[in-house]
Design a binder for this molecule. Structure first.
Ligand code: URA
Length: 205
């Protein structure tokens, strides 16, 4: 017998949630980011994809996965036969964390405190969408979904039941990390591994 999901908060309305995210000041990231970047996609999607945080381009555009990592992700999805519009895509952290070097804004990994501050929003999104499968990209998203001590090496590529969340969970590498490997053989291997993971996601339902 399947246990009733315990940790899913009662879903409020989308309108309230969006307003709360847009005006969130629960951590310091809102001070420098252009705007909070909300999730996008069908509110009844069967699959929810969770990234780390908006990047430079997402911060400016106010939309998730519109920069280089999003392009690689969509390229891999196309090779895996996945239709991006069918997915709900969001991030563990809604504001861009960066440091400046001259005029450039350099990505900084969000800290545990930022993930923690954004938890209510991600949980509400999960409660509203009620996906069958949550796919996390990279370590930050993994920790936001599976807990702060979760390690990518223990989860990567594996599908498991998230009894508390009431959905299945699949953890994959983050496309930004693959981009950072540069044009190397390892990057190509990791790209292929991401495509395999996306195929697994697609056939899981
Ligand atoms: N990386 C992420 O994790 N999310 C985005 O929206 C863009 C880049």
């Amino acid at each position: 017998q399947k246990a009733a999901p315990a940790a899913v908060p009662t879903a409020g309305s989308w309108a309230d949630l969006k307003q709360q995210i847009r005006t969130c000041q629960a951590c310091s990231l809102h001070c420098h980011a252009t705007q909070a970047v909300l999730g996008e996609g069908p509110e009844t999607a069967k699959i929810m994809l969770v990234g780390e945080q908006p990047g430079d381009q997402e911060d400016l555009a106010g939309r998730p996965f519109v920069g280089p990592a999003g392009s690689l992700l969509k390229e891999c999805m196309a090779e895996a036969g996945v239709e991006p519009p069918a997915l709900y895509m969001t991030n563990a952290v809604k504001h861009f964390r960066f440091t400046t070097r001259g005029r450039r804004r350099i990505h900084q990994t969000p800290g545990a405190e930022h993930v923690q501050a954004c938890q209510p929003w991600l949980r509400q999104e999960i409660a509203l969408v009620r996906p069958q499968l949550v796919v996390t990209l990279g370590a930050t998203a993994l920790r936001a979904v599976a807990g702060p001590s979760a390690q990518l090496k223990d989860f990567r590529g594996l599908m498991h039941e998230d009894a508390q969340g009431g959905h299945r969970h699949l953890s994959l590498a983050h496309p930004s990390w693959i981009l950072r490997l540069g044009p190397t053989e390892q990057a190509e291997q990791e790209r292929q591994r991401l495509i395999e993971g996306l195929r697994k996601m697609q056939t899981a339902l």
